[in-house]
Design a protein around this ligand. Structure first.
Ligand SMILES: Cc1cc2nc3c(=O)[nH]c(=O)nc-3n(C[C@H](O)[C@H](O)[C@H](O)COP(=O)(O)OP(=O)(O)OC[C@H]3O[C@@H](n4cnc5c(N)ncnc54)[C@H](O)[C@@H]3O)c2cc1C
Length: 299
C-alpha cells in the first residue's frame, strides 16, 4: 500500500515523520500526534515541501523547540515544520549578526560575545530558537527581542523577502505575521561590548532563572501575558489559585504564572486549569487574562 508521503520522499532530503507524538516536542510534555512532522534540511527542501503540502491541501505551521506550545490531545491534522536545521549564525557587518530561525537563543548571544558584541544578553536564559523568539517577541526585564532586530527574512507566499523591523507590526509578546509566513532568519543590530560584560549578563540571567524559574516540573514559562498595568502572578495569587490542580496540571507553587506538568497531565487538564484560573481572576480582580502559550491542534 502506498503511503501519502511517498511522492515527496524521493525529492525531500530532510526527515518526514508520520504520527509523531507532539509531547516529544513540547516543553509541557503534552499533545497528541502530528500527521506529519517535517524537518527540512535547508531552504531547497522547504521549496519542495511547501508546494507539495499546498497541492495535497495539507495545513501546516512552523515550530521552534515547542517551549511556548500547548498542543491538543488529539494532535495536529496537518504538518508541523521544524526549522531546527536552519541554525547558521554569521556576522554580516560591523555591528550586525544574522541568525537563522533554528539557532538557539543562547548560541546567538555566545556568538556575538566572541566578536565583542552584545545587547541581547536578556535572551540568554529564554529556552528556544530565534524563530520562536521573533514570533513571540520573547523577552525579559521589560525588553523584547524585536527591539534589537534590524530586519527579518521571511518566506511569504513562496518568496523570500527582507522586512525592515519598522515595516512590521509587533508589541508585547507578539509579532503580526501573515498566515503561511515563516521566519527564516533575523538580523540583530548590536553594541560593542566587552565579552566579560556579556558573560556577567549571561550568568546573571541564568542564575536568576535557576533560582526564580526552577519550578521543578516541565512548564512553558509564563502561561498568561501580563495584562497592562498588572503582574499576572499577583492576580492569580489574589484569586487564591496558587497550587490549584486539575489532573496532572498545576499552577506552580513556586511561580504562580507558571503552569506545570506534575506527571501525566493532558492538554485538556491545562485548558481546564486555565479556564478555572481565568474565571477566578475575573471574579476577584475584574481582569480578563489572555494566554501567552500558543494553543494549537485538535483538543
Ligand atoms: C522555563 C521557561 C522559561 C521561559 N521564560 C521566558 C521568558 O523569560 N520570556 C519569554 O518571552 N518567554 C519565555 N518562555 C517561553 C518560550 O521560551 C519563548 O516563547 C520562546 O521564544 C519559544 O521559542 P521556541 O523556539 O520554543 O518556539 P515554539 O514554542 O516552538 O513556537 C512559538 C511560536 O512561534 C512560532 N514559530 C516558531 N518558529 C517560527 C518560525 N521560524 N517562523 C514563524 N513562526 C515560528 C510557532 O508557530 C509558535 O506560534 C519560557 C519558557 C520556559 C519553558
Amino acid at each position: 500500500m502506498s503511503c501519502p508521503t511517498d511522492s515527496i520522499r524521493a525529492l525531500f532530503r530532510g526527515q518526514l515523520l508520520q504520527g509523531e507524538s507532539m509531547c516529544l516536542h513540547t516543553s509541557l510534555k503534552t499533545g497528541g500526534p502530528a500527521d506529519i512532522y517535517a524537518i527540512p534540511e535547508d531552504a531547497e527542501d522547504l521549496r519542495i515541501l511547501l508546494p507539495w503540502l499546498a497541492e495535497q491541501s495539507i495545513p501546516w505551521f512552523p515550530v521552534g523547540r515547542g517551549n511556548n506550545l500547548l498542543v491538543g490531545d488529539k494532535g495536529i491534522r496537518g504538518a508541523v515544520i521544524s526549522l531546527e536545521r536552519f541554525n547558521r549564525i554569521e556576522a554580516i557587518g560591523e555591528l550586525l549578526i544574522k541568525a537563522e530561525a533554528g539557532a538557539e537563543n543562547l548560541a546567538v548571544v555566545r556568538f556575538a560575545q566572541k566578536l565583542g558584541l552584545g545587547g541581547i544578553g536578556f535572551i540568554s536564559g529564554i529556552p528556544g530558537t530565534i524563530g520562536g523568539a521573533i514570533k513571540m517577541n520573547a523577552g525579559a526585564y521589560g525588553e523584547g527581542i524585536l527591539e534589537r532586530a534590524d530586519h527579518l527574512t521571511l518566506l511569504r507566499g513562496g518568496a523570500v523577502r527582507d522586512f525592515r523591523i519598522d515595516e512590521l507590526d509587533y508589541g508585547y509578546r507578539h509579532l503580526r505575521l501573515e498566515d503561511g509566513d515563516i521566519v527564516l532568519a533575523a538580523v540583530f543590530r548590536l553594541d560593542s561590548r566587552e565579552p566579560h560584560h556579556t558573560e556577567d549578563e549571561i550568568r546573571k540571567d541564568v542564575e536568576l532563572r535557576r533560582s526564580k524559574h526552577n519550578v521543578g516540573y516541565p512548564s512553558a514559562g509564563s502561561f498568561f501575558k501580563n495584562p497592562h498595568g498588572h503582574a499576572v502572578w499577583r492576580l492569580i495569587d489574589a484569586a487564591g489559585m496558587r497550587g490549584e490542580k486539575v489532573g496532572g496540571a498545576q499552577v506552580s507553587e513556586v511561580h504562580s504564572n507558571f503552569f506545570v506538568n506534575t506527571g501525566g497531565a493532558t492538554t485538556q487538564d491545562f485548558l481546564d486549569l486555565a479556564a478555572r484560573v481565568k474565571n477566578a481572576v475575573l471574579t476577584t480582580s475584574g481582569v480578563t487574562l489572555e494566554e501567552e502559550v500558543r494553543i494549537v491542534g485538535e483538543i
